[in-house]
Ligand binder design. Structure first.
Ligand code: SF4
Length: 241
């Protein structure tokens, strides 16, 4: 999987942003993460080598904009060009996760139609308020592949009214020194909702503070995915016979 960060930096937006990893990482280098800037790698998807072939080889998946938010207002002037590059590279599948899905129509290309075939959009729902604000809008949008990301999951969330047309729900806790607690029961409940709706569920990682059976565990970053796997909560969805 390739990575593409067309711009860097972000502004805090909702409860899930409190311990944003972009801010934490930039602070280590005494950088201001709220100073949004276009990256040197802005044109990476269409950049070519001397022989005329693309630097990014297809077919491949490309994770985009993971040090910012694709629909950030400070990036409005750059977004049309980012969409154009995605449209050009039909041999790549782009995906990004946003909290600002309500800004979806800002600089949306005219030829978007029912969505580009090669773009997946994920929306973060860290708590019930975010789900209730973002999901009814997200459900109505013309996007070919939609996923929901409950990360960092801050409380029990009822997604059951919003699961129609969703390709996957992913969940996980918060990382870092000051991580907020994630509970096993919250993931279990999301899994049950997904199973009832036939939507694959991926318990991605536990976060740094995870509670199960009344005990709180401190889990190092490098063990968080493995611990989530051990819980066997992920569900691949209904398999065809
Ligand atoms: S939207 Fe994402 S990148 Fe932006 S401040 Fe919030 S957590 Fe950080």
């Amino acid at each position: 999987m390739a990575g593409w960060n067309p711009w860097h930096g972000c502004r805090k937006y909702s409860a899930g942003c409190l311990h944003c990893y972009v801010y934490r990482r930039d602070a280590k280098y005494e950088l201001d993460a709220s100073a949004v800037r276009k990256n040197a790698a802005f044109d990476l998807p269409v950049r070519k080598k001397r022989d005329g072939s693309y630097v990014l080889k297809g077919p491949d998946e490309v994770a985009c904009c993971f040090t910012s938010d694709f629909f950030l207002d400070a990036a409005d002037d750059w977004r049309a060009e980012a969409w154009r590059m995605m449209r050009e590279r039909t041999d790549l599948h782009f995906f990004f996760i946003t909290k600002r899905i309500l800004r979806f129509y800002e600089r949306l290309p005219e030829d978007w139609g029912q969505g580009y075939e090669n773009v997946t959009i994920g929306v973060t729902c860290e708590n019930q308020a975010a789900a209730d604000e973002r999901m009814p809008f997200f459900q109505r949008l013309p996007i070919r592949r939609k996923i929901i990301v409950c990360e960092p999951m801050l409380e029990a969330i009822d997604l059951s009214p919003y699961l129609q047309g969703i390709a996957q729900v992913a969940a996980g806790g918060e990382s870092g020194e000051d991580a907020r607690l994630m509970r096993y029961e919250w993931a279990l409940s999301l899994r049950a909702q997904c199973m009832a709706a036939g939507v694959p569920f991926w318990f991605r990682q536990t976060g740094a503070r995870f509670e199960k059976d009344g005990k709180v565990y401190r889990i190092l970053r490098r063990h968080q995915s493995a611990q989530a796997r051990k819980s066997a909560l992920s569900w691949a969805g209904l398999q065809e016979e």
